[in-house]
Design a protein around this ligand. Structure first.
Ligand SMILES: [Zn+2]
Length: 316
């Protein structure tokens, strides 16, 4: 090693030694502008953000695909992620009210504060279903502003994508044209696929579905199903014996033979009900990535549509 090289290398070694671990050598950042750092609360919003932003943005998601979006485990790493965000996409409609507000307070990031272009409320232009006439959280109902599971309607996915494209264009104007083009492409893809989905589900129009949580109303609305019952007496409230007995009776007298359950819901309860009501328990997910081959929004809906169609066919 020449004296000159020693001179260059040694400060770096000293830096590594000071940290006490074998961290990679610090690199000098390239002079190009960094990609906007986009954070989404849930994976479904992350999947749509990727459709609009593509390689132009970095997307991080706080909730895991297997986690209940109402009750996410808040971690210190979430605070760091939110602190560095250029854009936050949240559901709006209080889906995340139980865990997001304290994280945002700790993150202290004005870029994603209320009213700034860096904050997207996905529900902004959504026609909400089941909006209660009076706001009542007293009994633990987690749908106090209406049903927040609106991404189960593919037409709502287009509305949310439009909102995201609009905010990305404000935060990162140099790529506005590309975001707009990606939005047009996503919308066209959804419209084409919705034709397929409607066709696959058409033979089952009017079928009655039972869900664990009240999370399929937008899906039922779009594709012509009826949500007969939910195993939870109210959104976010665990099933009680009395309520379960009522659900079983309703299913028996109304031809309800399919119970939809997501990975974080109590499958055992659903199985008990299914045994007594001659029904099948069907594993589904509303979050991309929880079930195999569901990484994009379209793949997720493809899987949902085909899983539900085969269960209804089986019990026809
Ligand atoms: Zn809910």
């Amino acid at each position: 090693m020449t004296n000159l090289m020693k001179h260059i290398v040694s400060p770096r070694l000293a830096f590594v030694a000071a940290l006490g671990t074998a961290v990679p050598a610090p690199t000098i950042k390239p002079p190009v502008a960094a990609k906007p750092s986009v954070v989404t609360t849930t994976p479904d919003l992350g999947a749509i953000a990727k459709e609009i932003g593509g390689d132009l943005i970095d997307v991080k998601t706080l909730a895991k695909p297997s986690e209940d979006p109402h009750f996410v485990d808040a971690k210190p790493s979430h605070v760091v992620t939110l602190n560095r965000a250029d854009l936050l996409i949240e559901g709006g409609a209080e889906l995340e009210i139980g865990w997001l507000p304290p994280l945002l307070e700790s993150a202290r990031n004005d870029k994603i504060g209320a009213g700034s272009p860096g904050l997207v409320y996905a529900s902004q232009n959504i026609r909400m279903l089941e909006v209660p006439t009076t706001l009542d959280r007293s009994r633990g109902d987690v749908h106090a502003l209406g049903n927040p599971h609106f991404l189960m309607d593919p037409q709502n996915a287009k509305i949310v994508a439009g909102e995201i494209a609009d905010h990305l264009a404000q935060v990162d104007p140099k790529s506005a044209a590309q975001y707009k083009a990606n939005l047009a492409q996503f919308n066209a893809k959804i419209d084409a696929k919705e034709g397929e989905w409607q066709k696959a589900l058409a033979p089952f129009k009017g079928a009655k579905l039972v869900t664990y949580h009240n999370d399929f109303v937008y899906f039922a609305n779009r594709f012509g199903f009826q949500i007969l019952e939910t195993l939870e007496p109210k959104p976010g409230i665990a099933p009680s014996a009395a309520h379960i007995a009522k659900v079983i009776a309703t299913m028996k007298s109304n031809d309800g033979h399919v119970i939809l359950v997501q990975p974080y819901q109590n499958r055992k309860t659903a199985e008990t009900v299914a045994r007594q009501a001659d029904a099948v328990v069907v594993d589904v997910s509303q979050q991309p990535g929880a079930i195999k081959n569901t990484n994009t929004y379209v793949e997720l809906m493809d899987t949902l549509v085909h899983t539900i169609a085969s269960a209804l066919q089986e019990k026809k």
